[in-house]
Design a protein around this ligand. Structure first.
Ligand code: DON
Length: 567
């Protein structure tokens, strides 16, 4: 009997290794590329937006011009996350080598306060931080887009916003996924917008139905004609204020007028000779990504999606997300120890407790020791132009369709980004992330984000542009897709298509996509002491890889309606 069990174990072990090795070989040798183009590429969450972006590139616009057109287009054709009522982050690298990172994250309104989502007993009030007028931060997107334009734009602004206005006026054919979304949210849209909104319809939405958004078109026209004042002042600002007054919302005309996006110092580091450029706080994305890369840099990954690979990544993620919960927040309000966190030695030290054979319990993991004296439904799109200028932008309303409240008369959805603050120490947000002091609510503070728009260089030249939505899973999705390319030599498409997994310290679980892991690998990981849970698709990565011959490979995530277009 014992002999039989022993045989079974040996058999399981060897066949498991064989399967993994084979999988890795097949993936690496297959020539399975995304869209190839010579002169320009746009990869975004919606075909209409990609089409508009490429048209700007064809006209001679640069990648930033195209990013402006795509941002506004997504606000029309991808209302679940594309927005003018939300915020985002842009990472730009010009072919001259100049790098800029722009923070246009939403801010807490002036009258926000630390315990605003708690009742008198200190308990969290159900849904107040996600589906209410108080859930919205002061929108940053319009200021961000205009700030990008002022620095890098080359075509007239009106030419960049007009395609979105046309799209809103003439309408566009919704996809099957969008029809399903709208149908499933009819009651919520009705409740949040008793006077009606463009997403409400008396009969069921069908794929191919036209979505026309006249109020949104008028708001975009005001932005076209008056720039930032077309949104943060005058008619649009008044409409936002009226909306707030309807149900105790907090955003005031003064909050709107004061909103300013900020150029942040990029987070930069090296990984196996590649240079990583990503977003600084108030996003945790850049810091956490570099911490993860540093944590695994000198470790053996084993074969792709082997239990060794997943165990190693999950253990690194557990440690990095524990740090995120304690040390990350808006660096204008909390002294985020950036350089210590991304220091290679610090992360090597953190991995000293890593055991090749055994999962560390998250209960045993606390944030690392840092001396605190140092100063200091989302969508991603990637664009590269013919000069090899690159833009990597992630933007969001937070949850799908944000607070679901459409500003009456102005036609755009308000974000529910306030939930990204730590509304109570240790209380999980919509993504299960916890936090404390570093990310507590304060007037004018920006809530912590996981958005990770990233650009990777090889030999100081543009190599990879990447990012994803997915809340807390954004960081681990970007981490995996980068290492799929750099360590497993995948094409951009293979790297994006490959199934993903995620660990975020708490809950102490490895989440993986349906049918994403070999059952023997799952057994192997369980034996090491991991808890695994299957879940819905993780992230929607949009990536562009510069091939050795200079051509561009665009990879749109097959998990959604995502689309790459190039020329
Ligand atoms: O900033 C953040 O980290 C979140 N508000 C992002 C939300 C998100 O990715 C939703 N998409 N699935």
């Amino acid at each position: 009997m014992t002999k039989y069990i022993l045989f079974l174990l040996v058999f399981l072990y060897t066949s498991c290794n064989l399967t993994q090795k084979k999988a890795a070989e097949v993936i690496i040798s297959m020539e399975n590329r995304g869209l190839i183009a010579d002169s320009g590429m746009v990869v975004s969450a919606h075909p209409e937006a990609s089409k508009i972006g490429v048209a700007i590139l064809r006209k001679g616009g640069n990648a930033v011009d195209a990013s402006i057109a795509v941002s506004f287009a997504l606000a029309v054709c991808y209302p679940s996350a594309g927005n003018i009522g939300g915020g985002g982050f842009a990472v730009v690298r010009m072919s001259s080598g100049e790098i800029s990172t722009l923070d246009y994250r939403e801010k807490a309104p002036k009258s926000a306060s630390r315990d605003m989502f708690l009742d008198s007993k200190g308990n969290v009030i159900n849904d107040l931080s996600v589906y209410s007028y108080k859930a919205s931060g002061v929108p940053g997107s319009v200021d961000g887009i205009i700030t990008l334009y002022e620095k890098y734009g080359s075509l007239p602004f009106s030419e960049l916003i007009q395609p979105a206005i046309n799209l809103a006026l003439k309408g566009f054919k919704i996809t099957k996924n969008q029809a399903e979304d709208f149908n499933s949210l009819q009651i919520e849209f009705q409740k949040s917008n008793p006077d009606g909104c463009a997403f409400l319809k008396s009969s069921a939405w069908q794929e191919g139905d036209l979505l026309i958004q006249e109020d949104l078109a008028k708001t975009l026209e005001r932005i076209r004609d008056f720039g930032r004042a077309g949104f943060y002042e005058g008619e649009t600002a008044k409409m936002i204020e009226n909306e707030m007054l309807r149900k105790n919302g907090l955003i005031s005309i003064d909050d709107l007028k004061k909103y300013k996006s900020l150029w942040r110092k990029p987070i930069q580091g090296n990984y196996k000779g590649y240079k990583i450029i990503s977003m600084a706080p108030p996003s945790s994305g850049g810091i956490a990504l570099l911490q993860l890369l540093n944590s695994v840099e000198n470790q053996d990954f084993g074969s792709f999606h082997s239990s060794q690979h997943i165990h190693l990544f999950a253990e690194a993620e557990r440690r990095v997300y524990a740090d995120r919960a304690s040390y990350l927040g808006d660096s204008d309000f909390f002294p985020v120890p950036i350089s210590q966190l991304i220091d290679k030695k610090y992360n090597t030290e953190r991995m000293k407790t890593f055991n090749l054979d055994k999962a560390t319990s998250s209960k045993e993991i606390k944030e690392g020791e840092i001396s605190m004296h140092e100063s200091e439904e989302t969508t991603h799109f990637s664009i590269v132009d013919k000069w090899k200028n690159a833009v990597s932008i992630t933007t969001t309303l937070n949850l799908s369709y944000g607070s679901r409240i459409v500003v009456k008369g102005a036609g755009f959805l308000l974000n529910n980004e306030m939930d990204d603050f730590s509304i109570k120490p240790g209380y999980p947000n919509a993504y299960g992330l916890i936090g404390g002091e570093a990310n507590a609510i304060e007037p004018y503070k920006r809530m912590l984000s996981s958005m990770t728009p990233t650009i990777v260089l090889k030999n100081d030249s543009l190599f990879f542009v990447v990012g994803s939505p997915g809340g807390s899973t954004i960081i681990t999705s970007v981490f995996q897709v980068i290492t799929n390319v750099t360590d497993f030599q995948m094409t951009a498409l293979q790297a994006v298509e490959a199934s993903r997994f995620h660990h975020q310290w708490l809950p102490d679980e490895i989440f993986y996509e349906k049918n994403g892991l070999d059952s023997l690998v799952i057994i192997g990981l369980t034996k090491k002491g991991h808890f695994l849970k299957q879940r819905a698709p993780i992230g929607r990565v949009e990536a562009i890889l510069v091939l050795p011959n200079g051509k561009l490979e665009g990879a749109a995530d097959p998990r959604g309606d995502d689309n790459a277009q190039g020329f």
